[in-house]
Ligand binder design. Structure first.
Ligand code: NAP
Length: 332
């Protein structure tokens, strides 16, 4: 159980956090980078990244390791810390408490904690989680070799991870609630060109059914016709988006209707000294490239904030020193 003081705390070691750590170290900012798990965030759940400029294709884990090594080479390595609360003390410093019992304090903090996968919230989901219901294709795909499985969702994650799952599955149904995907066109083209894939449009899952051994099927409903049907599958992968990981913040911060943190162009939030970067920030797209861009801006804005704060503190101190000085002088 330790208390340590820093200039900057970075919460979350996905691409945004690792990039923030890199720039903070280069700016000699005395930063600490906290994460409860290994460095990489969503990258660790991504099979292949082929839209990071300059790198035609790279494994998610490989890119995570490279980013972590890069940040560490400049001096900011990952500190293990399962962050449980973030508050401000009377001096306006952020006080971060971890499950391990450690306390980290700093006048500036960048939230780069990303998001947690959303649940479908239908009967059977919790019951069969880990027994046919999964949220990670890389982690669980190989368990479904030669089987018929389904993916739920129509965003980048559903389409990209769905294509990955065709390595193992004999047949892959993609079930989407509308009649078009929101995923990037190129990802869609790859998926739709795959003969193992069949898309079920305008349809939602009402229930995940199974036996003691695991999932055996899905009860489906077409939203346009209201027709109900059953589909035999032994696995279902749910990729329907994220909920931003902002719950540890104990003070109100401006957010959009989905809970994503609202920032200005400099990644400043409504709390002075608090910056947000990456997937938990309200913005049009959430990519690795946008995460690292956000993080770069956030570090420079945090650095400027710290200098301004230091300046105003010095002014106050000098003011009180001269006050003190004049008091001493008046007594002599
Ligand atoms: P997303 O873009 O928010 O897509 C979620 C999908 O799930 C949407 O198609 C949505 O349908 C559907 N959905 C939401 N709630 C649902 C429900 N209750 N029942 C059925 N369907 C539901 O989320 P994501 O695909 O997880 O991606 C999150 C972010 O990460 C995105 O910004 C994405 O660009 C990024 N990402 C990027 C990559 C990449 O660049 N390679 C890979 C993965 C993720 P509607 O379309 O009807 O709303």
């Amino acid at each position: 159980m330790e208390v340590s003081d820093h200039k900057l705390i970075i919460v979350g070691a996905g691409p945004a956090g690792l990039c923030a750590a890199l720039y903070a170290a280069r700016s000699e900012m005395d930063a600490v980078l906290l994460d409860r798990g290994p460095a990489g965030g969503q990258l660790l759940l991504t099979d292949r990244v082929d839209d990071y400029p300059g790198i035609k294709t790279i494994g998610g884990m490989e890119l995570a390791d490279a980013m972590a090594e890069h940040a560490e080479s400049f001096g900011t390595g990952l500190t293990r810390g399962d962050v449980r609360s973030i508050e401000r003390d009377s001096e306006g410093r952020f006080v971060v408490q971890t499950a391990e019992g450690d306390t980290f304090r700093a006048p500036a903090l960048i939230m780069t904690a990303g998001g947690t996968h959303k649940l479908l919230d239908v009967p059977g989901e919790a019951e069969y989680s880990g027994r046919g219901v999964s949220y990670c294709a890389i982690c669980d795909g190989a368990f479904f070799k030669g089987e018929t499985i389904a993916v739920i969702g129509g965003g980048d994650a559903a389409v990209e991870e769905g294509e990955f799952l065709t390595r193992y599955a004999e047949k892959l149904y993609v079930i989407h609630r509308r009649d078009e995907f929101r995923a990037q066109k190129m990802l869609q083209e790859h998926l739709l060109a795959n003969p193992k894939v069949e898309v079920i449009w305008d349809t939602v899952v009402d229930e995940i059914v199974g036996q003691p051994t695991g999932v055996s099927g899905l009860k489906l409903r077409n939203l346009k016709t209201d027709a109900e049907s059953e589909l035999n599958v032994t696995g279902v992968f749910i990729f329907i988006g994220f909920t931003p990981n902002t719950g540890v913040l104990k003070e109100h911060v401006d957010h959009d209707e989905s809970g994503y943190m609202v920032t200005d162009y400099d990644m400043r939030t409504s709390i002075p000294g608090l910056f947000a970067a990456g997937d938990l920030r309200s913005q049009l797209v959430r990519q690795i490239t946008t995460a690292v861009g956000d993080a770069t801006t956030a570090v420079f804005a945090a650095d400027r904030y710290l200098k301004e704060r230091h300046g105003s503190q010095n002014e106050t101190q000098n003011g009180s020193e001269s006050g003190f000085q004049s008091m001493v002088e008046s007594q002599t």
